[in-house]
Design a binder for this molecule. Sequence first.
Ligand code: DGI
Ligand code: FE
Ligand code: FE
Ligand code: FE
Length: 187
Amino acid sequence: MNREEALNLVEPHLKKTRFEHTKRVTDTAVDLAKLYNEDVGKVELAAVFHDYAKYRDLEEMRRWIISESLPKDLLTFHHELWHGPVGAILVKKEIGINDQMILNAIKYHTTGKKDMTKLEKIVYLADYIEPGRDFPGVDKVREQAEVDLDMGCFMATKNTIQFLLSKNQPIYPDTFHAYNDLLMTIK
Ligand code: DGI
Ligand code: FE
Ligand code: FE
Ligand code: FE
């Protein structure tokens, strides 16, 4: 499946602005793949489908989390965290992508996790730094992303945690695990 075919498959599932975001994430992820010698084809597919489940009905997502035995604690956290893990399930079932490396990059793109692969890091970071993003401090993360993939991911994770803390939002354990693991890696 090439990029155009993949984009045609994802487009009907997304709002216009989300589709534009998806294309920017894909361009950003492909740039990172070239910089850090990752498989461009895999990165491209993971990026195109990373937000595939973003607009699924919440009750449907809840059912997938239960029937596919995804971590039950997801249900006690904000539903914004569901579209990654559920997306990985649906991209496999509905699109037919079976490559577990690609599916995991989709699965963990919101929270990150401990011991992320290069592919997972690239999609996670591209989602954060794509040129349409306007988070406080994102320009510094963009700079670091071109120098050190782990440092870029660490800064993105740290900013996300700080943002969530400032809003008194719960932080999912995988997000902390990503933070601790990346901190150890960059030292
Ligand atoms: O789907 P996108 O908007 O492109 O981006 P995303 O999937 O990275 O993140 C969606 C939202 O999830 C974003 O507003 C930040 C939030 N988020 C990330 N990690 C955590 C989190 N929310 C909670 N409650 N806990 C987390 O650990
Ligand atoms: Fe997302
Ligand atoms: Fe993200
Ligand atoms: Fe996204």
